[in-house]
Design a protein around this ligand. Structure first.
Ligand SMILES: NC(=O)c1ccc[n+]([C@@H]2O[C@H](COP(=O)([O-])OP(=O)(O)OC[C@H]3O[C@@H](n4cnc5c(N)ncnc54)[C@H](O)[C@@H]3O)[C@@H](O)[C@H]2O)c1
Length: 254
C-alpha cells in the first residue's frame, strides 16, 4: 500500500538513500532540507522549523505514515548548530507532526548514532538537552568540543525517545531510533578531512568488526524495514547498524 512519509535531511547521504528507496517502493516522500527538497528550510532556526511544519501540514492534512528527522551535522560543525539541528530540530519537528502521524498509527524514526553511548545521561550537556531549554543548551554546547556535542545530542535524542515511548504510543505513534556506525556520506567525509578528528575516525573505522564503513543504502535498508508494517510491533527500540562496533565497545550492555 502506498504510504506518505515526511523526512528531513533527504538531500544527501543516509537521508537521500532512504528517500530514494521509499520513492522506488511507490511511497510519497515530503523532503525538508536546507539544500534541496520539497521544502527548503534551515532547521537550526525557529523560523525554518515553523515554516517547514506549516508546509508539511498543508501537504499532509489527512496524516502521515511516518516522519524521519534525519538532518544532522558532524562533530566538525559549530557546536551551537550541531545542538540546534541534531537534537532540538529533531524533537521540535517530531512533536509538531505527532498528531498527523497519530492519525495513521504511524511511526517516528529518529536517527541516533553508535556514538550516542559514548556520553552518559548524567553529562551536563545531555541534561541541558533533555531539560528542553534550547537557548540555555546552546550556550552550554558552545563551551564543549564538537565530538562531545555530537555524541551528547545523539545520546539525549535516544533518551528522549525512550522516555516518550509510552505517551506517544497512547497518541498512536511508535517511536524508534536507528543508530548507524560510520557511513560513507558527505558528513563522514568532512570528519575524515579534519586535521584533528580525521586520524581518530580512520583508526576507529579500521577496528569495525564487520567491514570498515557502511554505504548509505545499508542503513536505509534497515530504516525502511523499521518504517514498514512488518515492524509494527517494534516500539522503543534502538537498532544499531554499525558493523558490530557498539558490541565491541560495550559487550556487556544492550
Ligand atoms: N554518516 C555517518 O557515519 C553517521 C553515523 C551515525 C549517525 N549519522 C546520522 O545520520 C544522519 C544523516 O547523516 P549523513 O551522514 O547522511 O549526513 P549528510 O551530511 O549526507 O546529510 C545531512 C543532511 O542534513 C541536511 N541539513 C544539514 N543542516 C541542515 C539544516 N540546518 N536544516 C535542514 N537540513 C539540514 C543536509 O543538507 C543533508 O541533506 C545525521 O543525523 C547523522 O548524524 C551519520
Amino acid at each position: 500500500m502506498k504510504k506518505r512519509y515526511a523526512m528531513t535531511g533527504g538531500a544527501t547521504g543516509i537521508g537521500a538513500a532512504l528517500r530514494e528507496q521509499l520513492c522506488a517502493a511507490g511511497h510519497e516522500v515530503i523532503s525538508i532540507d536546507i539544500k534541496e527538497g520539497d521544502i527548503i528550510a534551515d532547521l537550526s532556526t525557529q523560523e525554518g522549523r515553523d515554516r517547514a511544519l506549516a508546509s508539511v501540514r498543508e501537504r499532509a492534512a489527512d496524516g502521515l505514515d511516518g516522519f524521519i528527522p534525519c538532518a544532522g551535522l558532524p562533530p566538525v560543525a559549530p557546536p551551537r548548530i550541531i545542538a540546534a539541528v541534531n537534537y532540538f530540530a529533531a524533537v521540535a519537528m517530531a512533536t509538531g507532526l505527532q498528531d498527523l502521524v497519530g492519525k495513521r498509527r504511524g511511526t517516528v524514526l529518529l536517527v541516533s548514532s553508535n556514538s550516542a553511548p559514548m556520553t552518559q545521561t548524567s553529562h551536563p550537556l545531555a541534561q541541558a538537552f533533555l531539560a528542553g531549554d534550547e537557548a540555555k543548551a546552546l550556550d552550554v554546547a558552545e563551551g564543549e568540543m564538537g565530538q562531545t556535542v555530537y555524541s551528547a545530542s545523539k545520546h539525549a535524542l535516544t533518551v528522549w525517545m525512550r522516555r516518550n515511548v509510552v505517551a506517544w504510543a497512547k497518541a498512536g505513534v511508535r517511536l524508534n531510533a536507528v543508530a548507524p556506525g560510520i557511513t560513507d556520506t558527505p558528513l563522514t567525509q568532512q570528519v575524515f578531512a579534519d586535521e584533528q578528528l580525521g586520524g581518530v575516525m580512520r583508526d576507529f573505522s579500521a577496528m569495525v568488526p564487520w567491514g570498515q564503513t557502511a554505504q548509505p543504502g545499508q542503513i536505509a535498508n534497515v530504516m525502511r524495514f523499521m518504517l514498514s508494517d512488518e515492524a509494527d510491533f517494534v516500539c522503543g527500540s534502538v537498532f544499531f547498524v554499525d558493523g558490530g562496533s557498539d558490541a565491541m565497545l560495550r559487550s556487556d550492555q544492550f
